[in-house]
Ligand binder design. Sequence first.
Ligand SMILES: [Zn+2]
Length: 342
Amino acid sequence: MDRYSRQIVFSGLGRIGQQKLLESTVAVVGLGALGSVAANLLCRAGVGHIRLIDRDYVEKTNLQRQILYNEQDAEKRCPKAVAAFNHLRNVNSEIVLEPVVAELGAVNIGQIFENADLVLDGLDNWETRFLINEVCHQSGIPWIYCAALGSETMLMNLLPNKDCPCLRCFLSPESGSAAGQSCATAGVLNMATGMIAAVQVAEAVKILTESASEIRNGLFVADLWNNRFKTIPIEKDSDCPICVHRRYEFLNRSGGSRVTRICGSNSIQVSPSKPVQLPLETMAKQLAKNTDNKTKIELHPFMLNFDNGQNCIQIFQDGRVIIENARDETEALSLYSEYVGL
Ligand SMILES: [Zn+2]
């Protein structure tokens, strides 16, 4: 407990609050600009079990705002969940850190959120947010929506166990995706992501320690560049498909889109048509045997990456493949069948 003394002495938390944090499990989904700040703060604050979930690997353009990574991680294209784990275990070795290199989908989300007391959104896409909204409503897990673009950020506590509004009460999948902007086109400031992720962790600590009267209500919107900070009250929608009708359309979909462009990069991701676990070590050996010496092959936990001179290809253990600089979706799919064949 001594390492947390500066936090325990804070009257809002105390020894009891700290004990609650140590007994909590938090799933951080997405370890980019928001998730890397959130995971860092949760780890130092002594949340006892942190699940670090991300589908992607580190690139040099991430380093401007994703504070858990360094140039070596980008050079090696290390999976973010693994790089985050490697960094954070040296920060706090007394808690459980669990890296999960996977894309959340209807098939695996139940298992990945198992025993979680709280879920933090650090995502860059709406499809997964609506999926989280459904699964958290179904299982009564609180989650904190958080998003950033340019200098604008927003956040809201979504507490299905307290009968509060859900994400679908004020956002529809159509309005979510209609924004159509990404951090590659509109940019994103590290001060903005750092600030809103800190607000998210403050709310997380209040929720986990059951500091009910301090927990924020409504949609918090902050724009650091234009000096605008406001809270918009949100009402429960009396016709909400989730809260009222319990229609879990994202959860009941058999699979998401098979080919997706990764937000903020010129990479294309292809997902397997059914759940798989690829034997990456064997694949690395076969690749080394069947390709020339110029092909660079690197094996990481949960990921294999190689560069054949034309394309840089990341193969994940869960069957996903990310292809950098693929011309189009057809080329991405043909490379997928060439190397993974599913
Ligand atoms: Zn709702």
